[in-house]
Design a protein around this ligand. Structure first.
Ligand code: HEM
Length: 451
């Protein structure tokens, strides 16, 4: 029998009162590594240690690969036509497989250099600026996405009690109205883009792959055709996938970068180019931008990234899982339909595994020989059947963005400003509170680091 955290009303209160940081107030210190509570009518198991987390995610990953249905996420995903909030099913599996392949392709094609760098690199030679400018304008369109994305990030799963008591959606709800508005903007924009792409067929290789495989199989717009699971992927799935690339992809990656930058501002000793380029400098002295193949030669930078994801996991309780069948965790039986929250915050701050867990210390990801180590209790992307579909893309982006930024730019605090607040604000991801920086090109390196 699992320890139950309080009586029903108290448990709900505990969750409500947790407010900004529910993940840390999941009472793990008080109730131990595994306990259950009622979130409204939903019996929910909270997993606070890595052995039980590995049971849920890996050893019995299939048993716990379900997702609960919630009012806000159903709205966002047209009733689960995405990957993250869709329940486990053969259709979800094919959708996930298709998207995984597409993201891999997209990752290889991504460029990280900014417009300025591109323009400057042409020096005084005459050149046609149009390709670079076109890309910059495309970024402006992305600003639109940022507007609706911010709205979604701040409201999703924050409709308050409506995700716990769905019947409450009949009452006026400010968060829910804002969410609906943002979804309308998103859908208008993405539908228009999808229609354009259908006509011009100029989609990037990865997305085209998904589209071709989806649309050639669909008999009509938005209609499901009979046949294999892949054939049942509709326009809605393609649209929700595009939306998810922004939701699950952009917010998580940019937030992780912002957290790392915030910690680097607190720890100036870590952000020296020498520290991050350690290893590569020994190879040979050449001035050039960092590229993916440098990754193996910049182990310390990977440690900085890992430490950022450990100390401030953007998804502190992952995405809720549900038991699809009667199963067990740590020898305790768990019945079908139970919601399971994996408290990655607790796992990443467990003092038995992490010395001084609240200290930002990238060295903890190096062994005595200075080799990179990845402990089994470090799971920033989750694991198993529901592991983050964008993990390799995210790792690639984090490496390229961070190395390029540290290579070219020196970051500091504005005169008299306090260092960034490290508390965080919980929406669908755990974001740092806004902070300001002053940037300058790195002195003596001409904007480039010695590699
Ligand atoms: C630093 C960046 C990122 C972090 C830390 C991160 C972390 C996570 C975590 C913890 C989960 C939930 C796993 C679970 O519920 O067990 C997840 C799921 C997911 N992530 Fe990421 N993610 C990142 C970037 C991305 C990117 C770039 C994409 C796509 C472009 C992406 C797409 C997804 C999707 C689609 C899911 C749902 C998978 C499923 O339910 O099957 N993520 N991510």
């Amino acid at each position: 029998m699992l320890h139950k955290a309080g009586k029903r009303p108290y448990s709900l209160l505990c969750y409500k009162r947790a407010g900004k940081r529910p993940y840390s107030l999941l009472c793990y210190k008080k109730y131990g590594s595994l306990f259950a509570l009622y979130l409204g009518p939903h019996y929910t198991v909270v997993v606070n240690n890595h052995q039980h987390a590995r049971e849920v995610l890996l050893q019995r990953g299939r048993d716990f690969a379900g997702r609960p249905s919630m009012v806000t996420t159903d709205l966002l995903t047209r009733g689960g036509k995405d990957i993250a909030f869709s329940d486990y099913s053969p259709l979800w599996k094919s959708h996930r497989r298709l998207v995984h392949n597409s993201f891999t392709l997209l990752g290889r094609e991504r460029a990280v250099d900014s417009l300025c760098v591109e323009l400057m690199s042409a020096g005084c030679r005459g050149f046609d600026p149009s390709p670079a400018v076109t890309r910059a304008v495309t970024n402006v369109v992305c600003q639109l996405l940022i507007q609706y994305n911010n709205g979604i990030v701040q409201t999703i799963t924050r409709g308050g009690l409506v995700d716990i008591f769905p019947w409450m959606k009949i009452f006026p709800n400010e968060c829910l109205s804002k969410l609906k508005e943002c979804i309308t903007v998103r859908d208008r924009l993405l539908t228009r883009k999808l229609e354009e792409h259908k006509v011009t067929s100029t989609l990037s290789k990865g997305f085209k792959n998904l589209k071709t495989r989806s649309f050639t199989c669909c008999s009509g717009r938005g209609q499901k055709s009979p046949g294999s699971e892949e054939e049942r992927i509709t326009d809605d799935h393609v649209l929700m996938t595009a939306a998810e690339a922004f939701g699950a992809g952009v917010e998580t990656t940019s937030t992780t970068l912002l957290w790392i930058l915030a910690y680097l501002l607190h720890h100036p000793e870590v952000r020296t180019p020498g520290a991050c380029a350690e290893g590569a400098g020994r190879e040979r002295g050449s001035e050039r931008p960092v590229c993916m193949s440098d990754r193996s030669r910049l182990p310390y930078l990977d440690c900085v990234i890992n430490e950022g994801m450990r100390i401030r996991p953007v998804s502190p309780v992952l995405i809720p899982h549900t038991a699809m069948t009667d199963s067990s965790i740590g020898g305790h039986s768990v019945s079908r339909g139970t919601r399971v929250l994996v408290n990655m915050w607790a796992i990443h701050h467990e003092p038995r595994h992490w010395d001084k867990p609240d200290l930002f210390n990238p060295d903890r990801f190096l062994d005595n020989q200075g080799q990179r180590v990845t402990p089994s209790y470090f799971l920033p992307f989750g694991a198993g059947p529901r592991v983050c579909v964008g993990e390799s893309l995210a790792r690639l982006e984090l490496f390229l963005f961070l190395s390029s930024m540290l290579q070219r730019i020196s970051f500091s605090l504005p005169e008299g400003a306090p260092p960034p607040n490290l508390q965080g604000r919980l929406g669908v991801v755990l974001q740092p509170l806004p902070y300001k920086v002053v940037v300058a090109p790195r002195a003596g390196l001409g904007g480039r680091i010695q590699l």
